[in-house]
Design a protein around this ligand. Structure first.
Ligand SMILES: NC(=O)C1=CN([C@@H]2O[C@H](COP(=O)(O)OP(=O)(O)OC[C@H]3O[C@@H](n4cnc5c(N)ncnc54)[C@H](O)[C@@H]3O)[C@@H](O)[C@H]2O)C=CC1
Ligand SMILES: O=C(O)C(=O)[C@H](O)COP(=O)(O)O
Length: 380
């Protein structure tokens, strides 16, 4: 069996070498001639999978090791009888931890208590729903907006305007252009105009959920909100004007923990195995190496806010990725897009909170509860 795969999918050999022969290609460079004789195509978010790529191919199964599926024409695949599998929720935990890190950093730099702001979560699926639950338990006031879920899911939901009125607004919708609640340019000029200077807006969904030109203009006007962007319109050719104006900008890596990426590969391996009628023998967890940082200790002297900030930041500090992305502003225009992709390709090994075991010596129960809620493991 011939498998064509994006070279940035981790653990390709470990999961797929005994299923077929793997040809690895840069995701943005996969061409019709590359897949013509392939039976299986494995991609990440940068490969557009549609009739123009697959019309003359022998591909019978497409897997994307990502949560988002806006790069795949699922309707066309279905019409052609080509099986398709994505990896829902694979890196949801990574994105949640990215947002929590941003919230904690923002609170610390503004000298504000950690759980004070009201957080508006727009899109409450795997990422937003998990974030909602965690922030609720940590004592945040959460305003959840998800018009597609509100009729079926438990819990209270609010409308978009209520979510957009919160101290923090965080976007977790898919990118959609059709249906009753499309998200393309959901945050348009009109909605962006209503945002206030005291608000923080975080986008880890897809760049096109916000209108770039309108956001750049809003950030140049008086009373602009603080903005953190992980995702951008027209990646990898992102707007340098916008990058200069946001508080933090990262190169679409919110989901890039080792666990999140490996889960993505594991999920499409499972789907392909089931499709081929093969036994599912491997799991992402078996390929996880020991983390570089495996233990931290806090004593009874530990102050809750500081201890949480320290542990969160030791695991992930968004300023590091922001600094690296901002460095690309110095490059000539023609090299910037490649540098964006290169940063993602060579992204360091980032681990999740659960990879760290905390030793708590006589600390208050409240601190233990917060650490557990965040997902750290406590050494008893
Ligand atoms: N920055 C990154 O590295 C990553 C980005 N993502 C992006 O995050 C998105 C969300 O991920 P998940 O939560 O796992 O997806 P999901 O499909 O589990 O949840 C999305 C939720 O958004 C809701 N929604 C749809 N349209 C809406 C609208 N107009 N207003 C409010 N809610 C709406 C849906 O009802 C659903 O509950 C993905 O589609 C992907 O584009 C996902 C993983 C990593
Ligand atoms: O899972 C998703 O959806 C994402 O946004 C991915 O984390 C993006 O990573 P790449 O597929 O672009 O490597």
């Amino acid at each position: 069996m011939h498998i064509v795969a994006d070279e940035n999918i981790p653990l390709l050999n470990e999961f797929f070498a005994d299923i077929g022969t793997i040809t690895r290609l840069p995701g943005r460079m996969i061409r019709p001639e590359d897949v013509q004789k392939a039976e299986v195509l494995l991609v990440r978010s940068v490969t557009h999978v549609d009739s123009s790529l697959l019309a003359n191919s022998s591909v019978k199964f497409v897997g994307t090791a990502t949560i988002g599926t806006d790069h795949v024409d699922e309707k066309w695949l279905e019409q052609q009888g080509i099986a398709f599998a994505a990896a829902p929720g694979c890196n949801a935990e990574a994105v949640v931890q990215y947002v929590i890190s941003c919230l904690s950093l923002h609170a610390e730099l503004n000298g504000e208590p950690w759980a004070r702001p009201r957080v508006g979560i727009i899109g409450c699926g795997n990422v937003g729903g998990r974030l909602r639950e965690r922030l609720d338990k940590l004592g945040f006031q959460v305003v959840a907006c998800d018009p597609l879920l509100e009729k079926t899911a438990e819990g209270e939901f609010s409308d978009l305007d209520q979510a957009l009125d919160c101290d923090v607004i965080t976007l977790h919708t898919p990118l959609t252009r059709e249906g009753p609640h499309p998200t393309h340019h959901l945050l348009n000029e009109d909605r962006l105009a209503r945002l206030r200077e005291d608000q923080l807006l975080i986008n880890t969904s897809r760049g096109s959920v916000i209108d770039t030109d309108a956001l750049a203009a809003r950030l140049s006007a008086a009373g602009a909100p603080t903005v953190i962007l992980d995702v951008w319109e027209n990646e990898p050719q992102i707007s340098t004007e916008l990058l200069e104006k946001v508080w933090l900008g990262t190169p679409h890596i919110a989901g890039y923990t080792l666990e999140g990426k490996a889960n993505g590969t594991g999920m499409i391996y499972q789907a392909l195995s089931r499709y081929l009628g093969l036994p599912v023998r491997k799991k992402a967890g078996q390929f996880m190496p020991d983390p570089g940082l495996s233990r931290m200790t806090f004593t009874s002297e530990a102050h809750r806010e500081e201890a949480l900030a320290l542990a969160i930041r030791a695991t992930y500090d968004p300023r590091r990725d922001d600094t690296a992305l901002r460095r690309t502003l110095r490059l000539p225009d023609e090299r910037r897009a490649a540098a964006f992709d290169e940063m993602r390709k060579k992204y360091r090994t980032r681990r999740e909170f659960a990879s760290i075991r905390l030793q708590l010596k006589g600390t208050a129960n409240e601190l233990q509860h917060s650490f557990k809620t965040l997902g750290f493991r406590i050494k008893s």
